[in-house]
Design a protein around this ligand. Structure first.
Ligand SMILES: Cc1cc2nc3c(=O)[nH]c(=O)nc-3n(C[C@H](O)[C@H](O)[C@H](O)COP(=O)(O)OP(=O)(O)OC[C@H]3O[C@@H](n4cnc5c(N)ncnc54)[C@H](O)[C@@H]3O)c2cc1C
Length: 265
């Protein structure tokens, strides 16, 4: 089975700055890690490969330094990777991202299964998978939390609040997975060393037969008008005195005031 896993690199920190002009994340100087849901997507693909055989290719769209995350996927067991990197892709919203990733999947060719995380942990929309399925004209199953491969089909379980579903789906198929589907494995020094012999191919816009109106900023109808941090609603704490006796007295008084400690007679 030929499986493509879409990997997004996300900032390693929650302390992100937003570019005031473009309203995009200012990624300069931010370390990157693989979007946690995508590690579950990769483990799903590797489990299927272990059970029925096949090939696992990881795919990302982003700047050149996203290759570090792809190398990590190779160390975790993927066979090869594709990096989609071009200045023309900058500022892509979910529609333009799905379009370029979909074109790359067509170029890879004969893909049986595309697996994504249910959402990214930075932009959080969960839209890229469904958009790609629509553009690729393949059936999709989202929020999978159990997958079994059988011949030319997958048996998939989903838990949707009060509803549990079991779906049998024919390949080709696009799947998005939750973080309860499996426990991603760790890699080791031997696999990390081996990963350097595995290929990472870079494709630019000119390699993908793209409609230039559908990529990057030009192909992104989403407009972020403003971004703000939620107001802190938690009450401001009170710092007790440095002296332990004083601090204890203050604490007792405060607890009594809140009726959390009985007044002594
Ligand atoms: C605060 C903020 C503001 C933004 N503002 C803008 C803006 O003004 N204009 C704009 O054009 N864009 C903007 N973006 C970026 C953009 O909308 C998304 O980052 C991008 O389109 C992917 O969407 P998502 O992260 O919601 O993916 P989701 O749909 O949540 O991701 C689901 C899955 O899709 C896959 N996936 C997602 N992205 C990629 C990728 N690049 N490569 C490979 N696989 C991928 C992964 O498997 C992931 O688990 C903004 C992002 C943020 C956080």
């Amino acid at each position: 089975m030929k499986i493509v896993v879409c990997i997004k690199q996300v900032p390693e920190t929650t302390n992100v700055k937003i570019d005031e002009k473009t309203k995009n994340i200012d990624r300069r100087g931010l370390g990157g890690v693989i979007n946690s849901y995508d590690l579950h997507a990769l483990e799903t693909a590797l489990e299927i490969k272990r059970n029925v055989g096949g090939e696992v290719i990881t795919l990302t769209m982003g700047p050149d330094d996203f290759a570090v995350s792809l190398r990590e996927t190779l160390a975790l067991g993927a066979d090869s990777s594709v990096l989609l990197s071009d200045r023309a892709f900058a500022g892509a919203d979910t529609l333009a991202t799905g379009y370029v990733l979909g074109k790359a999947i067509k170029k890879i060719g004969d893909v049986d299964l595309v697996i994504l995380g249910q959402q990214s942990v930075d932009a959080d929309t969960g839209q890229v998978g469904p958009i790609m399925a629509e553009l690729l004209q393949v059936p999709q199953v989202t929020y999978a939390n159990e997958v079994t491969a059988q011949d030319n089909k997958l048996v998939i379980k989903r838990n949707l609040d009060n509803v549990a579903q079991e779906i049998t789906a024919q390949l080709p198929l696009l799947l998005t997975v939750t973080d309860t589907i499996n426990q991603p494995k760790y890699t080791n020094v031997v696999e990390i060393t081996k990963s350097f012999a595995k290929p990472i191919t870079t494709w630019h816009a000119s390699d993908l037969q793209l409609d230039s109106e559908r990529v990057g900023q030009a192909g992104s109808p989403t407009i972020v008008r403003s971004i703000s941090s939620p107001e802190k609603t938690a009450k401001v704490g009170h710092k007790l005195a440095d002296d332990p006796m004083e601090a204890a007295k203050e604490l007792v008084t405060a607890l009594k005031k809140q009726n959390m400690l009985a007044e002594e007679d």
